[in-house]
Ligand binder design. Structure first.
Ligand code: ZN
Length: 375
C-alpha cells in the first residue's frame, strides 16, 4: 500500500515535471518566435532600391546558438529578378535566358595577353566569357598544358548575344542532316556567358579523346561539366557534344559528375528535394571540403525576396532561371557574422554598364566566321 502511494506520488511528480518542461518549452518557443519575427521584419523595413547582399540581418534562430557548430541563418534581400542570373541557371529549349545587360564578360585573348598566357587562344579578340569561367578555364588549360605540352586548344565558341544566336539560327538549314543543331535565339546556353566550345587549331575539331580526354575527365575539378553527353540526350534534347563545357562552380560540378546528373536533373533535385525548410543537400568533395546546398523560392509578387543565408559562413547565391534561388554554403569557411558576401551573387543593375559595347562588337565580327558548331 505505501509502495503504491509512493508510486502515485512519483507519478504526480513526473507529470508535474513534464508539465513544467512543456511550459518552459512553450515559453522558449514563443520567445524564439517573437525574436525571429522581429528579425524577419527588420529585414524588410527600409530596404533600398537595389538588393544589397552585403547587408545581412541578424541571426533568426537563437536556439541554434546552443550548438557551437550549428549554422545559424539570417536573411539577405535579393532582387527577385536575379533568379534569372548566376552560374547555376538552367538554359535549354524550355527555359529562356534573360540577359541583365550587365554580364561580367572578359575578352579571352585580352586576358591571355594580360596574363602572359600563350598555351591556348580564341578565334579573335571579340570572344568573351564570364570572368569566373575565364579564370577556371585558364587554370584548367594551364594544368593540361603542363601535363601534355599541348598548346593547340582554341576557344571556338563562347558568349553569344541573342542577335548573334538569331543569325546562327536563321542561317542554319534544318533540312540538312549534317547541319549543326542550333538553339532558338534566347535558348542557347552560350548566351549566358558560362559556356564555351573547345576546338583545336590543327583541323578545327575536338572530340575529347587522346590528350583531350584528360580535360573531359577532370573539368569538374575546375567547376565545369561536359554539358551534353550521349546518355543524357533524351533529357537535354541536345546531341552528344564533347566540346561544350559549362561553368557551374566547383561544388556543383563535383556533385553532378560524381552522381552522373545533367544540369536539368541537378536543378530538379535541388528545387524538389532540398528546400530551405527541408533537408539540405550536404556533401564533401574529394579534398574533404564540406558543402550544404538548398533551394529557396523567389517571391515573384515582390521586387525583393528574403533569401535565408548562413550567418558566419561563406556562401553563394545563384538563380535557377525557373522559380528561385540556390544557396551554396561553404561549411568549413567561417567568416565574421554579418560580413559574409556571396562570392558570385547576381549583380545589381548599376554595375558594369560598360559591357554593352563588347556585346555589340561580338555580333558584327563573329558573323563573318564559318561556324560548324552547335546549339
Ligand atoms: Zn557550345
Amino acid at each position: 500500500m505505501p509502495k503504491k502511494k509512493l508510486s502515485h506520488a512519483k507519478s504526480i511528480q513526473r507529470t508535474k515535471t513534464i508539465v513544467d518542461l512543456f511550459v518552459s518549452l512553450l515559453i522558449v518557443g514563443t520567445l524564439g518566435y517573437l525574436i525571429k519575427d522581429s528579425y524577419d521584419r527588420s529585414g524588410t523595413v527600409g530596404q533600398t532600391q537595389y538588393a544589397d547582399l552585403s547587408q545581412v540581418d541578424e541571426p533568426t534562430d537563437p536556439a541554434a546558438s546552443l550548438d557551437p557548430d550549428a549554422i545559424m541563418f539570417s536573411t539577405a534581400q535579393v532582387s527577385t529578378k536575379d533568379k534569372f542570373h548566376g552560374d547555376l541557371i538552367l538554359v535549354n529549349n524550355n527555359h529562356e535566358y534573360f540577359s541583365s545587360g550587365d554580364e561580367d564578360l572578359v575578352s579571352i585573348m585580352e586576358m591571355n595577353d594580360a596574363n602572359g598566357v600563350d598555351y591556348f587562344t580564341a578565334v579573335d579578340y571579340t570572344y568573351t566569357i564570364m570572368r569566373p569561367a575565364y579564370d577556371a578555364m585558364a587554370q584548367m588549360i594551364k594544368d593540361f598544358y603542363n601535363k601534355y605540352s599541348n598548346d593547340t586548344l582554341i576557344i571556338y565558341g563562347s558568349y553569344r548575344t541573342k542577335d548573334f544566336q538569331t543569325e546562327l539560327y536563321e542561317n542554319n538549314d534544318p533540312d540538312d542532316e549534317d547541319a549543326p543543331l542550333v538553339a532558338k535565339p534566347g535558348f542557347s546556353e552560350h548566351e549566358t556567358g558560362y559556356a564555351f566550345d573547345f576546338s583545336e587549331t590543327e583541323n578545327y575539331d575536338y572530340d575529347g579523346t587522346g590528350d583531350f580526354e584528360w580535360l573531359n575527365t577532370n573539368c569538374y575539378k575546375y567547376g565545369f561539366v561536359v554539358r551534353y553527353t550521349k546518355d543524357k540526350e533524351s533529357i537535354t534534347e541536345i546531341r552528344n557534344e564533347p566540346w561544350h563545357f559549362r561553368y557551374v562552380g566547383k561544388p556543383h560540378a563535383y556533385y553532378m559528375t560524381k552522381n552522373n546528373l545533367c544540369l536539368e536533373e541537378y536543378t530538379d533535385l535541388i528545387r524538389n528535394e532540398h528546400p530551405y525548410d527541408g533537408t539540405h543537400l550536404e556533401f564533401s568533395d574529394e579534398d574533404g571540403k564540406n558543402y550544404e546546398v538548398y533551394f529557396y523560392p523567389s517571391n515573384d509578387a515582390e521586387e525583393f525576396t528574403s533569401v535565408p543565408v548562413p550567418s558566419g559562413r561563406k556562401y553563394d547565391i545563384s538563380g535557377n532561371n525557373i522559380d528561385g534561388f540556390v544557396v551554396t554554403v561553404y561549411t568549413d569557411e567561417k567568416v565574421d557574422p554579418g560580413s559574409e558576401h556571396p562570392t558570385e551573387a547576381p549583380k545589381t543593375e548599376d554595375e558594369n554598364s560598360d559591357s554593352e559595347s563588347d556585346t555589340d562588337n561580338n555580333d558584327d565580327e563573329q558573323s563573318g566566321e564559318d561556324y560548324s558548331e552547335d546549339e
